[in-house]
Write a new protein. Structure first.
Lengths: 115, 115
């Protein structure tokens, strides 16, 4: 079964550094998402992306965050200047159609640790 | 705003025993409801979903859930738990927004299975 892949599985960075989290969504999917889960807390929506633009973003997704689909396969989340509170598991997801008619498929996540 | 409550943070059951995980939602319209499972170090896997129709839905791995509008609940059940079911379970409600959608998750229930 096709799956969403995320790299790296674990990223350690120093506060103030830029990080790029990478995702390869399922090939025929059109809708892309980033969620995050701070340790011990619930999974939170960050951003949705469709037709090469942001569809919706949460309050968490401030100017430090950006997303991009640089080619036909990758979907990236960039954090320009990381803060300690950005430490979390970041999940990429994709769906074939406008969910919830088409459920989200999640990757295994990237654990970001900001020191 | 929509919200999801999972009252039980941690549940322990014996292998072979039955399981029920509780989920209550708050949503103004007909909800789109999901259960996801997260095994250690893994991403979120969809167990089952409810959009409309039969209020008892069947999912993968022998799980089922019942939608009860009067109680605003969508509890997950399994007649006989296996040790491999130990994981964290998340209930979520979906919302169509703009050109995409988003999921609002509960805080999760961690299931421990004793042999």
């Amino acid at each position: 079964e096709p799956e969403v892949t995320q790299t790296p599985s674990h990223q350690v960075t120093q506060m103030g550094q830029e990080v790029i989290l990478r995702c390869v969504p399922i090939s025929n999917h059109l809708y892309f998402y980033w969620y995050r889960q701070i340790l011990g807390q619930k999974v939170e929506f960050l951003v949705s992306f469709y037709n090469n633009e942001i569809s919706e973003k949460s309050e968490i997704f401030d100017d430090q965050f950006s997303v991009e689909r640089p080619d036909g396969s990758n979907f990236t989340l960039k954090i320009r200047s990381t803060k300690l509170e950005d430490s979390a598991m970041y999940f990429c997801a994709s769906s074939e159609a406008r969910a919830p008619n088409s459920p989200l498929h999640f990757g295994n996540g990237t654990r970001l640790t900001v020191t | 705003a929509q919200s999801v409550t999972q009252p039980d943070i941690h549940i322990t059951v014996s292998e072979g025993a039955s399981l029920e995980l509780r989920c209550n939602y708050s949503y103004g319209a007909t909800p789109y409801l999901f259960w996801y499972v997260q095994s250690p170090g893994q991403g979120l896997q969809l167990l089952l979903k409810y959009f409309s129709g039969d209020t008892l839905v069947q999912g993968i791995k022998g799980f089922e859930a019942e939608f009860k509008r009067s109680q605003s609940s969508f509890n997950l059940r399994k007649p006989s738990v296996h040790w491999s079911d130990a994981a964290e379970y998340f209930c979520a409600v979906g919302q169509l927004t703009g050109t995409a959608s988003k999921l609002t998750f509960g805080t999760g229930t961690r299931l421990q299975v004793t042999l």
